[in-house]
Design a protein around this ligand. Structure first.
Ligand code: PBG
Length: 328
């Protein structure tokens, strides 16, 4: 055969494949989500997400120490709150004896070098299980903003490096930026959940936090999975309102949205590889239908290839082990 072009020449050895690889994923790009519960000596596995736990602070500190030794520098923390502490206005989210705020303070004191990211939304603290304030079955945008700001300022006071507004209320990034600045927290960063879709893939996360909506769904604030241009609109608004990082969520089913935002924004783009994406893979691997190591790395690599600079993923710890040559 006469052929001038033979693409296979660039695939002929592992060394050449390594040399011409277009996407390289570095552990420093990954953020590890952890679930916190009040109490002591608790390490409670999330049934729908094997290998992930609700930790009490004492054991979480040991877990973070281990993860830091594996090279993980970025963490995002979610609280599982006792049902009795939940109310309509999520007032526990900024209560002075709040275990989540206390944990932020302790973790940052012991590990000042890591990046600690928070969740800003009402759902873990709301008796309605919604991200915003509910009145007569409606999620009221403008009543929610001051509540989110009290939450964000309390987290900033506790020493959080970056807040993660995940609620999808209109105008919240600008509102939070101004309120944080006025309170003196000009260096507290905002990683905005910019294009957060009303996805079925958050199921295991809601199990972990027991935070599913008590009535209705999240479709009046989270985005319609059918929409892409709307993500650009949200990205423009968040950038203008002072976001430092824009996020797309979920990740692996929304690679086109990640690519679109990467091409149209000069801000770093993050993608949240959510609980359902992680569970699908873990459970298929447990059945022997998928090779866990290979499938997990392919999923993360594909998210990075589409344009994500930062990936929030439950696979961060296993990826870190693989980087260190530790067998899973
Ligand atoms: C809540 C929040 C959710 C997730 C992160 N923050 C769930 C939701 O919107 O219902 C999902 C993360 C995951 O599924 O891993 N504001």
């Amino acid at each position: 055969m006469q052929m001038l072009e033979r693409p296979r020449r660039n695939r002929k050895s592992a060394a050449i494949r390594d040399m011409v690889r277009e996407t390289r994923l570095d552990l420093s790009q990954l953020v590890y989500p952890l679930f916190l519960v009040d109490g002591n000596n608790i390490k409670d596995e999330v049934v729908s997400m094997p290998g992930n736990y609700r930790w009490s602070l004492d054991l979480m500190l040991k877990e973070i120490e281990h993860c830091v030794s594996l090279g993980i520098q970025q963490y995002i923390l979610f609280p599982a709150v006792d049902e009795q502490l939940k109310d309509k206005t999520a007032s526990y989210s900024y209560a002075s004896d709040n275990f989540y705020l206390n944990a932020i303070q302790k973790i940052k004191h012991i590990f000042p070098q890591i990046t600690l990211i928070s969740d800003v939304a009402m759902d873990p603290y709301s008796s309605d299980g919604h991200d915003g304030y509910v009145q007569d079955g409606e999620i009221i945008n403008d009543t929610t903003l001051p509540i989110l700001s009290q939450m964000a300022i309390a987290q900033a006071q506790a020493g959080i490096d970056m807040i993660g507004p995940s609620d999808m209320m209109d105008g919240r990034v600008g509102y939070l930026r101004e309120e944080l600045d006025q309170a003196g927290f000009i260096n507290t960063s905002i990683m905005s959940y910019t294009a957060k879709y009303a996805s079925a893939f958050y199921g295991p996360f809601r199990d972990a936090l027991d935070s599913a909506p008590k009535a209705g769904d999240k479709k009046t604030y989270q985005m319609d999975p059918a929409n892409k241009m709307e993500a650009l609109r949200e990205a423009d608004l968040d950038a203008a309102e002072g976001a430092d990082i824009l996020m797309v969520k979920p990740a692996s089913l929304y690679l086109d949205v990640i690519a679109l935002l990467k091409q149209n924004s000069d801000l770093p783009i993050a993608a949240y590889n959510v609980s359902g994406e992680c569970s699908m893979l873990i459970l298929a691997a447990q059945k022997g239908y998928l090779n866990y190591e290979a499938a997990m790395q392919e999923m993360l690599l594909s998210i990075a290839r589409s344009g994500a600079d930062v990936i929030l993923t439950y696979f961060a710890k296993d990826f870190a082990k693989l980087c260190k040559g530790i067998k899973l």
